[in-house]
Design a protein around this ligand. Structure first.
Ligand code: FAD
Length: 470
């Protein structure tokens, strides 16, 4: 009888423990993706990117003589039951996910299927270290990154599994929806034309980017990773988010680079562990996703009204602060933002503008093709000062001196800001193709004055914190 491989954020063939186990059994394998309530509710950019990922992975499975069966059903369990009935499958395997919604869904599915006599089995693969296996000496979870890093850095990470040589097809395939009918890009009007060229799609592209990054870039990563005008980071976050590459694969390749003496390799490994740390926190304190991790922040008087002019200016990349605007426009056009930019725009929104970090978290979710629930929530709470191991609340990034330091020659600012340039960069111009007409912006506008002056904003934030008694 066939085994259903219920795919979610694991769109790869290699280092896929669930697929590997299914193929090892010698039984027919039916890969399936279900557009359930959780996936249907994804925000614009992640849904658009998932659509591309599914199309690509479907083709990769076909090259192996297999297929990707698509089903839409608000309830994943109902969709699986239907498939079980139609195919005679006796087993369902999947890769674990860790956000609370998925955990609740998956544990319901597991117990219901088991009751119905079906083998329901979850596997690792999305993380290197299961969050419940990393414990402090006193048996708790880690709230600070550095001791977390120390406790995992010498652990054995399983060697990546090769892609299966063969995926046995069933005698007949069950019906599948057409991906085009799902309209995954519907909410992302700029997706196909503007964002698509910046997407690094699928397992092969991710593997070759990893190889090229470790061969040519990692040696300088310690310095270049902070320079938003330089292509110095791995850009693998979108692939990790959808499981087009596994963290184990990145880790082992990074370890090889480390042993070859490439400086920067250890920092890369540390970044991979930041991702693990975000999942560790989400597992142990799921409230990090929507409430202030530090409870004393719950009654801080954040601006929460998204209609405010300065929130609009922030989203639209016209705050009058070049580092902030460049980064916001980069995200709008490419679906990605350099890490330094993320820190700067998050600090500006939450500190200079005193807006609730949830506004920024939501806008990032709307725009990022590498959106990841755990890393996004941790990044926002880190920036706002409300999270564990956060930047101290009184540390307010100065986006003007930051630009002088990390974008000395203005490569980044010039790439994304057209105003004031006789010959603007083509990427800066593509921003105007991407935005809705109501934003009412053109390349010929003069560059706006700051919505909040850098030093006034800093003073205002510090006095708001002081009034709160922090
Ligand atoms: P590299 O520098 O090549 O790092 C390698 C990998 O390590 C990344 O792909 C990523 O998986 C991981 N990593 C690196 N930095 C971090 C970090 N600070 N936290 C967690 N993991 C990290 N990352 C996301 O993947 N999705 C998000 O939605 C997201 N939202 C963020 C929001 C804010 C406010 C901030 C400050 C950071 C956010 N990050 C997020 C983390 C980080 O900015 C990106 O992972 C990184 O910029 C991706 O680029 P890269 O793949 O070239 O990273």
């Amino acid at each position: 009888s066939p085994i259903l491989i219920w795919l979610r954020r694991d769109l790869r063939l290699s280092d896929h423990p669930a697929l590997h186990a299914a193929c090892q059994s010698g039984r027919p394998v039916i890969p399936v993706f279900i557009l359930d309530a959780q996936y249907d509710a994804l925000a614009a950019a992640p849904k658009f990117r998932l659509g591309l990922g599914l199309e690509h992975h479907g083709a990769a499975l076909e090259e192996k003589g297999s297929r990707l069966i698509l089903r839409r059903n608000q309830s994943a369990l109902d969709a699986l039951r239907e498939l079980i009935e139609q195919t005679g499958a006796k087993s369902v395997y999947w890769t674990r996910q860790y956000d609370p919604q998925a955990v609740a869904r998956d544990s319901d599915v597991k117990s219901a299927l088991k009751d119905e006599g079906i083998e329901a089995k979850s596997f690792g693969g999305h993380l290197m270290f299961e969050p419940w296996t990393v414990e402090t000496k006193t048996g708790g979870y880690y709230k600070v990154y550095t001791p977390f890093w120390r406790s995992v850095k010498d652990r054995d990470v399983e060697a990546p599994l090769a892609a299966p040589a063969k995926i046995t097809a069933p005698e007949s395939w069950p019906a599948s929806d057409l991906l085009a009918d799902w309209n995954m890009g519907a909410a992302m009007k700029r997706g196909a034309d503007v964002v698509r060229p910046f997407v690094q799609l699928g397992e092969k592209a991710a593997q070759s980017r990893l190889g090229a990054f470790l061969a040519h870039k990692v040696a300088d990563y310690d310095t270049t990773r902070d320079l938003p005008g330089v292509d110095g980071t791995s850009c693998l976050s979108e692939n990790l988010a959808l499981g087009e590459i596994s963290p184990n694969q990145c880790w082992h390749a990074g370890q090889r680079a480390l042993h070859e003496g490439k400086s920067g390799a250890e920092t890369f490994l540390k970044e991979l562990v930041w991702r693990e740390f975000a999942y560790h926190l989400m597992h142990h304190t799921p409230r990090i996703l929507d409430r202030n991790w530090r409870e004393e922040w719950e009654d801080f008087d954040w601006n929460e009204d998204e209609r405010r002019a300065e929130v609009k200016a922030w989203k639209q990349g016209r705050t009058g602060i070049p580092f902030v605007d460049a980064a916001m426009r980069e995200m709008y056009v490419t679906g990605r933002m350099h890490n330094r930019g993320r820190m700067i725009v998050a600090s500006y929104l939450t500190k200079h503008l005193l807006c609730h970090w949830r506004i920024g978290q939501k806008w990032f979710e709307e725009c990022l093709i590498d959106w990841d629930p755990a890393s996004n929530a941790m990044g926002w709470q880190w920036s706002a000062g409300s999270g564990p191991d956060a930047t101290p609340y009184f540390r307010v990034f100065n986006p003007v001196t930051q630009l002088d330091k990390f974008d000395k020659k203005r490569d980044y600012a010039d790439r994304w800001i057209a105003e004031g340039h006789r010959n603007p960069h083509s990427d800066a111009l593509s921003f105007y193709e991407a935005i809705p007409r109501q934003w009412n912006m053109t390349a010929q506008d003069s560059y706006p004055a700051p919505v909040v002056d850098v030093s006034d904003g800093r003073k205002r934030a510090l006095s708001a914190y002081e009034n709160r008694g922090f």
